[in-house]
Design a protein around this ligand. Structure first.
Ligand SMILES: Cc1cc2nc3c(=O)[nH]c(=O)nc-3n(C[C@H](O)[C@H](O)[C@H](O)COP(=O)(O)OP(=O)(O)OC[C@H]3O[C@@H](n4cnc5c(N)ncnc54)[C@H](O)[C@@H]3O)c2cc1C
Length: 452
């Protein structure tokens, strides 16, 4: 008989990790503070979507649930940039067969819970809010809607209870627990572009649309019902800010100035803007992620990041892949697995947190910048010419399984390379040159010398 395992949180990461563990034959009990999303109709209402890339798909494949989920995912092959005057520019994300996928958060979460419960025998306990934990006894305390208090123990406990994790707050009270949270000055608000009167997409559906405007931006991802979910990222305070968008006139004038081509596609803009909350964006880091090698934080509970690389869920799903690989390697010795995971994964989580902030700057400021676009073109050319020696940073993060910390280091090295290339006189006109290749080869040599 295998150990009993508790997962706190039936969000995206908790429900996927439950599938992995149940497949290995464990008795898995998942506790979730919300009501059962299937009964509460969680999927209905606004369709909030997420970008899934190869790290996420790999975990779903390993858990044996990829095919069920792929049919509802929409491929986005690149960014479609909308200028202030309405010109469109398409920038592919990678090679022609590479895409990231728009998936419904509610649909994905619901599917994972159903697979875990119906096919893998996982026990879900909804309406159970974790309010306390005894870290020495490996015990969680839950509060139920009728006021009942329940205590549950298990050999191993995983905290997948999100950015404001109850389990992590208990750990924070222990000595030498490092914790930091930092908020961006920007918040976000979700808006909608519905399907047209003919039931079609109002814009190209094979792209993630971006309206980059310097200190703020609007993005839109397609949904299977042919609508788009838009997200406005804007400072809370300042000249262009949520604080200054209070009246109908202010909202209209702001959108007509900066997102003119989107306004006719958003018939419920005013209502959506006023009804939908303005939410904040936080980066959370902590160390350790584990207690006594028997309790482990995973997903946003240990590493919440800002959404600009589309890697929050992907990195949480990658946690599951790595843990399952370690289970293979260490013969399901969970004390060892938790210890090794804690020692090796935190560096990568910190790296993707840094990369996500870096991509925020890239998306809002640079995607319309000619030098940035030239760098992208040269990077794609170098990758075509030297596929084994050069992979652009975006591809490393989004289309590979290279550890995030390696990608971050390589990204810094690539910044140095492009500083030299872009300084060449006349580079804008002529960049497919021997001079560029010479700089590249010299950079490669220096890099390999530095790496010993
Ligand atoms: C605007 C925005 C856009 C994003 N876009 C992307 C994207 O495109 N791609 C991507 O990969 N990621 C994206 N993310 C990040 C992604 O949403 C998160 O990384 C992901 O949801 C983390 O999953 P999780 O299961 O760890 O946490 P959550 O999804 O937050 O799940 C935590 C679960 O724990 C439950 N819970 C919380 N407290 C308790 C408690 N005390 N007791 C019991 N249960 C509890 C919650 O109800 C919830 O069900 C985005 C995030 C934001 C904010």
């Amino acid at each position: 008989m295998k150990d009993k395992i508790i997962i706190n949180g039936a969000g995206l990461v908790g429900s996927l990790w439950a599938v992995f563990l149940a497949r290995r034959g464990y008795q898995v009990d998942v506790y979730e503070r919300r009501s059962d999303m299937r009964k509460a109709g969680f999927v209905g209402g606004r369709s909030i979507n997420l970008a899934m890339s190869v790290r996420g798909w790999k975990a779903l494949e390993k858990a044996g649930v990829k095919d069920q989920l792929l049919s509802n995912a929409l491929p986005m092959e690149g960014r479609m940039m909308h200028s202030e005057t309405g010109e469109l520019t398409f920038q592919p994300y990678g090679k022609s067969d590479q895409a990231i996928y728009s998936v419904s958060r509610g649909g994905l979460n619901r599917a994972l819970v159903e697979i875990a419960e119906d096919f893998e025998g996982v026990n879900f306990h909804f309406d159970h809010r974790c309010v306390d934990a005894d870290l020495d006894e490996n015990e969680l305390v839950f509060s139920l809607p009728d006021g009942t208090i329940k205590k549950e123990r298990a050999s191993y406990i995983f905290g997948a209870d999100g950015a404001f994790s109850a389990l992590r707050s208990e750990m924070q009270r222990t000595p030498r627990f490092n914790y930091s949270q930092s908020y961006l000055d920007h918040g976000y608000k979700e808006l909608e572009i519905p399907a047209t009167a003919d039931g079609e997409f109002a814009m190209a559906d094979n792209a993630l649309h971006i309206w980059p405007r310097g200190h703020f931006m609007l993005i839109a991802l397609p949904n299977p019902d042919k609508s788009f979910t838009c997200t406005l990222f804007l400072p809370f305070e300042g000249e262009q800010s949520f604080e200054n968008l209070q009246t109908d006139d202010q909202i209209h004038s702001f959108f007509n100035t900066y997102f003119k081509d989107a306004v006719p596609l958003m018939p419920t803009l005013l209502e959506d803007f006023k009804d939908n909350p303005t939410s904040s964006l936080v980066t959370i880091r902590c160390n350790p992620w584990q207690m006594n090698n028997r309790m482990l934080l995973i997903g946003d509970a240990s590493h919440a990041i800002v959404p600009f690389y589309g890697q929050g869920m992907n990195s949480g799903f990658e946690d599951c892949t790595i843990l399952d690989d370690l289970a293979e390697e260490y013969g399901e010795d969970w004390n060892k697995i938790i210890d090794v995971f804690n020692d090796t994964r935190i560096e990568d989580a910190n790296a993707i947190a840094d990369l996500a902030i870096r991509n925020f700057i890239e998306m809002r400021d640079l995607v319309g910048d000619p030098e940035f676009l030239l760098r992208k073109k040269i990077a794609a050319w170098l990758h075509d010419k030297f596929p084994d020696k050069f992979l652009p940073l975006y591809s490393m993060v989004t289309f590979s399984h290279i550890p995030y910390s390696t990608a971050l280091r390589e990204g810094h090295a690539q910044d140095e390379l492009f500083k030299q290339i872009l300084a060449l006189p006349g580079i804008e006109e002529n960049w497919k040159t021997d001079e560029v290749i010479a700089i590249f080869e010299n950079w490669l040599t220096q890099k390999s010398n530095a790496n010993g």
